[in-house]
Design a protein around this ligand. Structure first.
Ligand code: GRF
Length: 196
């Protein structure tokens, strides 16, 4: 793969980073024609930072608590992303709503993964709510980020059945398994469209 064919990703995380790990595995296996140029976390103790460092990827911690206002934080994030100039910004468990300026600046170049079959169960605790509300299925959705909460155009989604005996833990495991497969596929699709 030549440099020109290899798309640059900036991945934003807040925690475990298992989706980041799956993306890195797929790149390594040659299944995703991309490179992760930068991993940004808003939490200094996010395990995803360790995964990135082990893979030799540049990391940056931008903690929102160190900025006086949401706007200042977003400006700093925008500046960092402009410097990095990725083809695609990949939210992988980034537990912070992006400000309107950032979303507008990178419109069509930000994707997110959500653990439900959107538009069902947007927002937080989707897996726990699916179990508690006795849904018979939930799913995984990869979508573009727009100004709403999990409302952007859907790129790919897949259903996950919920068995009566499922707990939030067992369902989380099932959902993650699908996420780890689906996200790279959806990213590859978007990159192909961007490059064509
Ligand atoms: C995933 O379930 C994803 O759908 C949601 O946050 C979780 C992140 O998990 N947006 P991980 O940090 O990738 O393990």
């Amino acid at each position: 793969m030549t440099q020109a064919e290899c798309s640059k990703l900036a991945v934003l995380i807040s925690g475990n980073g298992s989706n980041l790990g799956a993306i890195l595995d797929h790149i390594e296996q040659g299944k995703l024609p991309a490179e992760v140029s930068l991993v940004i976390s808003n939490k200094a103790d996010a395990y995803g930072l360790v995964r990135a460092e082990q893979a030799g990827i540049k990391t940056l911690v931008l903690e929102n608590k160190t900025y006086a206002t949401r706007q200042e934080y977003d400006h700093s994030l925008i500046r960092t992303l402009e410097e990095c100039n990725p083809d695609l910004i990949v939210l992988a468990g980034f537990m912070r709503i992006l400000g309107p300026g950032l979303v507008t600046r990178f419109q069509g170049r930000i994707v997110n993964i959500h653990p439900s079959y959107l538009p069902a169960l947007p927002g937080l605790h989707s897996i726990e709510r699916a179990v508690k509300e006795k849904h018979t299925f939930t799913g995984v959705t990869v979508h573009y980020v727009d100004h709403g909460m999990d409302t952007g155009p859907i790129i790919m989604q897949e259903k996950v059945d919920i068995d009566p005996q499922d707990t939030p833990e067992s369902l989380t495991e099932k959902v993650h398994k699908v996420e780890h497969r689906l996200y790279s596929k959806a990213i590859a699709k978007v990159l192909k469209e961007i490059k064509s």
